[in-house]
Structure formats: structure tokens, C-alpha cells
Ligand binder design. Structure first.
Ligand code: GLU
Length: 497
């Protein structure tokens, strides 16, 4: 088991080629937790040398998403640090230095094969149904001759000289030893003809130069993991603890999560992208609790704040078993964490959602209604749906909906009229002052309380579903409540005629 008694130096190393999604956010979270748990450092490194695939705005979204989740890094391109620059596009020379070192040690070599020749080799291998690999032509060029051709400016890439015999064993923290037959290794390109290092070299060099102790990354890297370990060893460095995280399965638990599943999630009102989840009214606390458990073997459904996660985080709990993306669980955790917020905090977080829904919000009112809404929200986006009523100056109930259950319009009008006469005798309408006389009235009229309350609910809120009736009345205020119930009487009478 990896030693966590020492401060860990860990890094999240996104490429600005895509958006921050559940998988990358979970990788960032585990990095963050280990750093905080051990009193170490969490480093953000931008792996941006795949210029063709770089997406405009992706880096900003990645950084904003991490910050929004509360996963602040200690070192990174924007905050600096002792091992900068933290952007690979600014580290070209560092990679070249080590590439040359590998060539000098006979562990890498310049390859002058043209793209046309490589395409031909590929075709032939395909025809022979062989696995695709470099055929090793330039591996055998004598080093002096190769060096001369490089000095003469001949176009070339630098390839790793993979061992061709025996086996290589690498160790993943979650999966144990993995042994591969060296005959299956390829002489991977480390540096392109443009002079830019590829991930295989750049990430290894950076992890070493930045003193990284644990590498958390997606299991998509398991295939090239032996190559990476071999490069570390060829450079004579100590290997970090490698942790390839579990894959995500479709919501149903069968098969890997695909792009198409991600799109389908959106049709169902969910998303795998952090920024979308924010817009959908999910809060960082809910999202983090949900994703931390995807790959955390023992915590099952535990409710945890970020601080609680830090206190409990242990590498021994991580699990390589695939984790299903269950959005119902996200709703569950989001609701739980909304209920944990203070009234002021909830009020502030609901505000943009009321504004977006077009309500003229005011802060005092938001604080007043927050406790009423709090137990009823799965997402912040529910807030204007449940609580919009408090910002409406008038309501226009559908007259048909004002008719009490199993009642006629005239009976309903009469019940509402009696309610007005009782409520107008109160100096204040609160849960305490209004509920008992309304219950008594229902009894007197031979109605169930729910029948009368249903009429009053539609009258006062314009909706069949609302927060608790009498608390709602209290916030709307006596005069407006009376006006609305009177309006309901008139509407019911108009049905009558
Ligand atoms: N830039 C790589 C990616 O986005 C990082 C992999 C790693 O963490 O080493 O997949």
C-alpha cells in the first residue's frame, strides 16, 4: 500500500481539448483530497501541446469548473509555484533536453521514416492482420550516422527504444502488478518532427520535475502504462505511485459510458459536464459527494462535505470496479446538501435562478422563504418553480381549479366566502392564527380539511401545489391573502352564472 504518511504532491493535468466532466472532476477531486489529507500540494498542469485539438475557451471552463467545485490548486499556471511553468506549451526545451539524454543513453533514437513510408508499412501490417507497430527500420542506424543526419537538419521524430525481449512488470495501486510481453511493445514517438514532445514524454518529465508522488489518471492510460514506466526507468528516476481510476458505466450499469449516453443524459434533464450541472441547479457539495463515491469502495452512500471527505480519504478505499453513473443519486445528494446550507447561503444561491426565471427578487424575501423551500428542493432550479409564488404580485387561478375536490362551484364559493369572513377578523395571518379556525370551518361545512385547503391554496397561490399553505399565507401577507381569496370567490361565482 502506498505510503500516505508523507505529504503527497499530486497533479491534475487536463488537456484543453474538452470540457470538465464527471470523470475529470473525480480525478481532480481525488488529487485534491490526497493533497489535503496528507498536508501536501495539489498542482494544476495544463497539457496543451496538442495544438490541433485545443478548443477555444476549454481551459477557462476547466479552471472555472474546478474553482466552482471548491478544488483550489496550490501551484498552477495562474498562481505560479516553484516548478513552473505549469503549461506544457512553455516547456518545450525541457522535454527536448531529456529526449536527447535518452538518445545519448541509447534508449531512444531519431527516426527519419517519411509519413508515406509509415503509411505503406501500416497497410502491409493490416494486410497481414498484424497489430500495428513501427517496424524498427531506424532503430538500427548507427548512432553517429543518425546524429549526423540530425545535425544536417533532416526531418525526424524521436522514438523510444522499447525492449524487444522478456517482460515488463508495472504496478498500479488498485490493480496490482501488470505484466506485459515486451514483444508487444511499440517504439512510441516521444518527440514529433515539429520538436514538440508527446504526452508519453512530456507527462513523465513533468511528473518528475514537479516532484509528483502519486499519479491519478483515467484507466484509458492503462494501455500505454508499461511504456510510461519504462521511460521513467530509462531516465533513472523513481516511479510515482500509479493509480488508474475506475471507468464509468452507463446509468443502467451495463457497458461503458459513451458520448451518446452523455447526450441522452441531457435529454433527461441531466448532464455529465460540470458547467451544465451548475446551470441545472446542482450545487458543488452535491456533485462532489456523488462523484467521490464512484470508485470509493467502502463509503457506499455516505453523506460527506468536502472537509469530511478529506478527513476520511484513504487510498486503501479506492476501488478499480467500474462505477455506474446514477443521476438519481445525484438528485439525492444534491437535495441532502441543499438542506445542509444556512438560510443566508441558500438564499444567495437561489437568487440567480429566480432572476433567470424572470422574478423581481429581493434579498429579504429570499431569506424569508429559504427555510420554506429548503426541504422541497432537489436542485436550485426547482426554487422558482416552488417559490415563484412569493414574487408574484397577482395570481390568476384557473377558475375550474378553484372548485374543491368532489364539490360544486357554488359550494366552493360559499366555503371561500366564509373563509374570507373569518380570516379578515384576524389581525395577522400566520400558521398559528389561521390554521385552527380554517380546520374548524371545514368541520362546520362538513368538508375534509384538504377540500377547503385545496380551494384556498389555488386561490392564494394560483397553483395546486405550493409550499405549506399557512406559512405561504404568512409571507404573502394578510391583505393580499384576503384580496386573493375574494378574487377566488368572484371567479367561482362567475362559473356559477
Ligand atoms: N492530459 C491528459 C489527459 O487529459 C492527462 C493524463 C494524466 O493525468 O496524466 O488525459
Amino acid at each position: 500500500m502506498a505510503d500516505t504518511s508523507q505529504p503527497a504532491r499530486v497533479r491534475f493535468a487536463p488537456s484543453p481539448t474538452g470540457r470538465l466532466h464527471l470523470g475529470s472532476a473525480r480525478t481532480a477531486l481525488y488529487n485534491y483530497l490526497l493533497a489535503r489529507r496528507t498536508g501536501g500540494q495539489f498542482i494544476l498542469r495544463i497539457e496543451d501541446t496538442d495544438f490541433k485539438r485545443t478548443v477555444e475557451g476549454a481551459e477557462d471552463e476547466l479552471l472555472a469548473g474546478l474553482r466552482w467545485l471548491g478544488l483550489q490548486w496550490d501551484e498552477g499556471p495562474d498562481v505560479g509555484g516553484p516548478c513552473g511553468p505549469y503549461r506544457q506549451s512553455e516547456r518545450k526545451e525541457i522535454y527536448l533536453k531529456y529526449a536527447r539524454q535518452l538518445v545519448e543513453r541509447g534508449r531512444a533514437y531519431p527516426c527519419f521514416c517519411t509519413p508515406e513510408r509509415l503509411a505503406r508499412v501500416r497497410q502491409e501490417q493490416l494486410k497481414r492482420k498484424e497489430s500495428l507497430h513501427y517496424d524498427g527500420t531506424c532503430r538500427n542506424i548507427p548512432p553517429e550516422a543518425a546524429a549526423r543526419r540530425v545535425a544536417d537538419g533532416e526531418q525526424h521524430v524521436i522514438r523510444f527504444k522499447a525492449p524487444q525481449e522478456g517482460t515488463t512488470t508495472v504496478h498500479d495501486l488498485l490493480r496490482g502488478d501488470i505484466t506485459v510481453d515486451n514483444r508487444n511493445l511499440d517504439d512510441a514517438i516521444l518527440v514529433k518532427s515539429t520538436g514538440w514532445a508527446l504526452y508519453h514524454l512530456a507527462a513523465i518529465v513533468d511528473d518528475h520535475e514537479m516532484g509528483i508522488t502519486h499519479v491519478f489518471r483515467s484507466s484509458e492510460w492503462l494501455g500505454t502504462f508499461p511504456l510510461h514506466a519504462l521511460i521513467v526507468r530509462a531516465l533513472g528516476w523513481a516511479e510515482p505511485t500509479w493509480v488508474h481510476l475506475s471507468v464509468f458505466l452507463k446509468p443502467g450499469g451495463k457497458g461503458k459510458m459513451s458520448k451518446r449516453d452523455a447526450e441522452r443524459a441531457r435529454d433527461d434533464g441531466y448532464s455529465i459536464f460540470i458547467k451544465d450541472l451548475e446551470a441545472l441547479g446542482y450545487i458543488p457539495e452535491g456533485i462532489l459527494n456523488w462523484i467521490v463515491l464512484m470508485g470509493w469502495g467502502t463509503a457506499e452512500n455516505d453523506e460527506m462535505s468536502l472537509d469530511e471527505m478529506i478527513a476520511r480519504f484513504d487510498l486503501a478505499h479506492l476501488n478499480p470496479a467500474p462505477a455506474a453513473v446514477d443521476f438519481k443519486k445525484l438528485d439525492h445528494f444534491n437535495g441532502l446538501h441543499i438542506r445542509r446550507l444556512s438560510v443566508d447561503d441558500l438564499a444567495a444561491r437561489m437568487k440567480p435562478f429566480f432572476i433567470e426565471a424572470g422574478y423581481p427578487v429581493d434579498d429579504d424575501k429570499l431569506r424569508q422563504i429559504a427555510p420554506l423551500l429548503q426541504p422541497r428542493l432537489k436542485t436550485l432550479r426547482d426554487a422558482p418553480i416552488v417559490g415563484g409564488v412569493f414574487f408574484e404580485e397577482t395570481v390568476s387561478p384557473n377558475p375550474e381549479e378553484l372548485i374543491g375536490k368532489k364539490m360544486t362551484a357554488p359550494d366552493s364559493a360559499e366555503a371561500a366566502r366564509r373563509a374570507v369572513s373569518i380570516l379578515s377578523g384576524l389581525t395577522e395571518i400566520t400558521h398559528e392564527t389561521a390554521e385552527p379556525p380554517m380546520r374548524a370551518l371545514a368541520g362546520e361545512l362538513g368538508l375534509k380539511a384538504g377540500q377547503l385547503f385545496g380551494i384556498l391554496r389555488v386561490a392564494v397561490t394560483g397553483r395546486k401545489v405550493s409550499p405549506p399553505l399557512f406559512e405561504t399565507m404568512e409571507i404573502i401577507g394578510r391583505d393580499e391573502v384576503l384580496r386573493r381569496v375574494e378574487q377566488a370567490v368572484a371567479l367561482l361565482e362567475s362559473l356559477d352564472s
